[in-house]
Design a protein around this ligand. Structure first.
Ligand code: AHR
Length: 716
């Protein structure tokens, strides 16, 4: 990497400080040298960067839904993540045989029952005692759950029970004095007269933490429920759930479920720690259900929302495009419940007749049923109880219609090289606008794709741009929106973006690239109306296993990592939280001079089918934005110094009489850009807020190396 003479000098200086700081006088020396280093940068740089803020010139109102969330069923985000369910493969469908249904053979609203290998015991379930396990398609619970687990126990007794064990999503988390709700459907062959026992046990079977007995199993399917409450267990995840019998016989099971207490005590709800972490970042919208997840690999594997509503035992589930089975316990109503719990506005993506394996239905009569299905889905979200689908939402537990303003047609349709998107978009656009004129329609082809791939027959209200970039690329494009035309009718939704540095979760370099880009989006909030980082979640329990068979991660650099017991935010999460908590209502005009820069080599690459050779590029290393809270008059200045050296910046604020000398600084910084958080070291890089002095309408402040700073200034 090329650095300016001043920055190079400063790097040597900082290395000297690091060396000296290993010794006895570490903390004192650090303080003295830090001041000296800052002064040196000031001296060595002929002219300091200057940031001018015009407090009397508002360039945009901050959109009320500027910052939001996006993920999908990837990396065990819902099942094995946010969704509270602790039993893995509760409906025994994880073994379903892959099946492909092409669009011309696919009948909308027809249910394509999954098929299963003849004799397998289901994945993630183990035999306990003398028992034969088998997937049984001859004794289904119903048409949706068209398979069951058959347990044949030729012998069983109190001292040697027979049954099944489930190890959950890489463990079953147990906490003391916590009530876990068990439920399952069961029936038995004639002659079985024993009760069933459910237990929470240590994985080695040595300790039983909680136990309940269930009687009344007959020859007919019935639902059973119990509560298991461990007493003084240490929080742990090396546990299993067991369902056993001390009486010989044959028993069938379906939808075996175990729920911990959930966020806001919602039935079938969400995990508490993850929900709290999201709530703390104050997101304003949720883009769902995908991502690729809305499309699926094939028509029969798309997110078929009608099969994700209603009672859970009536939801057949489907194979997600990310390689594992989804029970659809986390379906359309649960997405809305998530919105309700976190006070987010839904941004609904509808299936638009195109799948990841490039099957599609061109615009015309063949597409019309899918358009109608999208209208019905919108009705589910916003219709009142007098409408067919509004009434279904009410039955699903959500009496009030949701506020919906944005609907997206498909996902990443630039992959569709058939050229069908323009026509498909137009057909959805016309029908939705005719029925719901207030809705804003989003095209999935943004300005980052060639003009020829974009929609021309209609003017989308917004276009969805996706940017997955390296730190250097992200920083290089961090002034691009300042150059964008202000006359484009379509506004911008950055519906997926991330600085992809670090795995499973991004490191400080990722956070720096993210913050640089967020400054850019904020400065340009007159044209960028919404943005959401993606993906949000990753289960870090099993990363990069040799055969990649049971990997808990399909996509690296995800905002929040977890196992079943604990979770952590990456530096990028804290950057999101800092920006989300300090949005302001108005964007102030800014200008800057003497911004430092660095150069880097962009490797050869192929993007959008276009190959480009390696090329040397330049990026700024300082980024900024300024907003204001209208009522309090507070001015919020964000400064990102991505350099490895401290950077002094002159800040000049015009258009206010005075600025209080005292204010607040919230700083996220790290000793180096590789620094990161992890499940074992969750708070290595976290923001710190402190009172600061020396502020005014003109002041110079030195920003630490690799840092993101939010200054809160009080205008007088
Ligand atoms: O966020 C991961 C994937 O990236 C999304 O599913 C897709 O839209 C994009 O390509």
């Amino acid at each position: 990497m090329w650095t300016s003479g001043a920055a190079r000098f400063n790097n040597y200086f900082m290395n000297l400080i690091k060396y000296l700081s290993r010794g006895f006088w570490a903390s004192r020396l650090m303080g003295i040298f830090y001041v000296l280093a800052a002064a040196t940068v000031g001296l060595a740089q002929a002219t300091l960067p200057v940031l001018q803020i015009q407090a009397d010139k508002v360039t945009a109102k901050m959109p009320p839904t500027f910052y939001g969330l996006m993920t999908e069923e990837i990396n065990y985000s819902y099942e094995g993540g946010l969704y509270g369910e602790l039993i893995r493969n509760r409906s025994f469908k994880a073994d379903a045989l892959p099946e492909i249904v092409k669009p011309d053979a696919y009948v909308l609203n027809q249910y394509y029952p999954a098929k299963f290998p003849a004799t397998n015991a289901p994945k993630f379930w183990n035999a306990v005692g003398n028992v034969l396990l088998a997937l049984d398609t001859n004794t289904p619970l119903n048409a949706a759950l068209n398979v069951s687990l058959r347990m044949e126990a030729p012998s069983a007794s109190k001292s040697s029970p027979a049954g099944v064990a489930n190890g959950g999503y890489w463990g079953i988390p147990l906490r003391p004095k916590t009530a876990y709700q068990v439920s399952f459907f069961a029936k038995a062959a004639a002659g079985f007269n024993g009760p069933l026992t459910v237990t929470l046990e240590s994985a080695d079977g040595k300790t039983v933490f909680a136990r309940a007995e269930i009687s009344g199993v007959t020859g007919d399917w019935k639902k059973f429920e119990a509560t298991l409450t461990p007493n003084n267990v240490k929080p742990s995840r090396e546990n299993v759930f067991k369902l056993t019998t001390a009486s010989p016989g044959t028993i069938w099971l379906q939808q075996v479920s175990l729920f911990p207490p959930t966020y806001k005590n919602r039935a079938n709800g969400n995990r508490v720690d993850l929900s709290q972490m999201l709530a703390a970042a104050q997101p304003k919208f949720l883009r769902f259900p995908g991502g690729n997840y809305v499309e699926g690999n094939y028509f029969n594997e798309r997110f078929n929302w009608k099969q994700t509503v209603g009672p859970f035992e009536q939801r057949p589930g489907h194979r997600s495009c990310w390689g594992y089975w989804s029970t659809d316990g986390f379906g359309l109503p649960e997405f809305l419940g998530w919105c309700q719990d976190l006070n987010m506005e839904p941004v609904l993506a509808v299936f638009a007749g195109y799948t990841l394996k490039k099957d599609y239905i061109p615009a015309g009569p063949g597409l019309e049923p899918y358009v109608q299905e999208a209208l019905e889905e919108i009705e589910y979200v916003i219709g009142d109880a007098s409408t067919k689908w509004g009434a279904q939402r009410v039955r699903d537990g959500y009496p009030n219609p949701f506020k919906l303003r944005y609907v997206e047609i498909g996902n990443e349709d630039w992959f569709d090289k058939s050229g069908s998107y323009d026509g498909r978009f137009a057909q959805f656009y016309d029908a939705i606008k005719a029925r719901y004129p207030h809705l804003k329609i989003i095209s999935t082809v943004g300005n980052e794709h060639p003009e020829s791939a974009r929609v021309h027959s209609r003017t989308p209200d917004l276009v969805d741009e996706h940017y997955y970039r390296s730190e250097e690329e992200m920083e290089s494009q961090s002034y691009m929106y300042d150059e964008r035309s202000r006359t484009n009718a379509a506004k911008i939704f950055v519906g997926e973006w991330a600085t992809r540095v670090g795995s499973p979760t991004p490191n400080m370099a990722g956070a720096l690239g993210d913050a640089a880009f967020m400054c850019s989006m904020e400065r340009n909030a007159d044209i960028v109306l919404m943005h959401c980082y993606a993906p949000l979640f990753v289960n870090v329990s099993e990363i990069n296993t040799p055969k990649q068979k049971n990997d808990s991660m399909q996509w690296s650099s995800d905002l929040i990592g977890y196992n079943v017991l604990s979770s952590y935010g990456s530096p990028s999460y804290y950057a999101q939280k800092m920006f989300g908590n300090h949005g302001g209502d108005e964007v102030l005009a800014t200008a800057a001079q003497n911004l430092p820069a660095y150069s880097w080599v962009q490797p050869a690459r192929k993007r959008d089918g276009v190959e480009s050779p390696a090329v040397q590029r330049e990026a700024k290393s300082l980024f900024y934005s300024a907003t204001r809270e209208k009522n309090s008059g507070k001015i919020i200045v964000k400064i990102v110094n991505r350099a490895d050296a401290p950077q002094a910046v002159k800040i000049e604020i015009s258009g206010v009489k005075a600025i209080a000398a005292r204010g607040t600084a919230t700083v996220l910084k790290a000793g180096n850009r590789d620094a990161t958080n992890s499940i074992d070291d969750p708070e290595k890089v976290v923001p710190v807020t402190e009172k600061v002095n020396g502020l005014g309408t003109r002041f110079t402040r030195t920003f630490p190396p690799c840092s993101i700073t939010i200054l809160e200034l009080q205008a007088k």
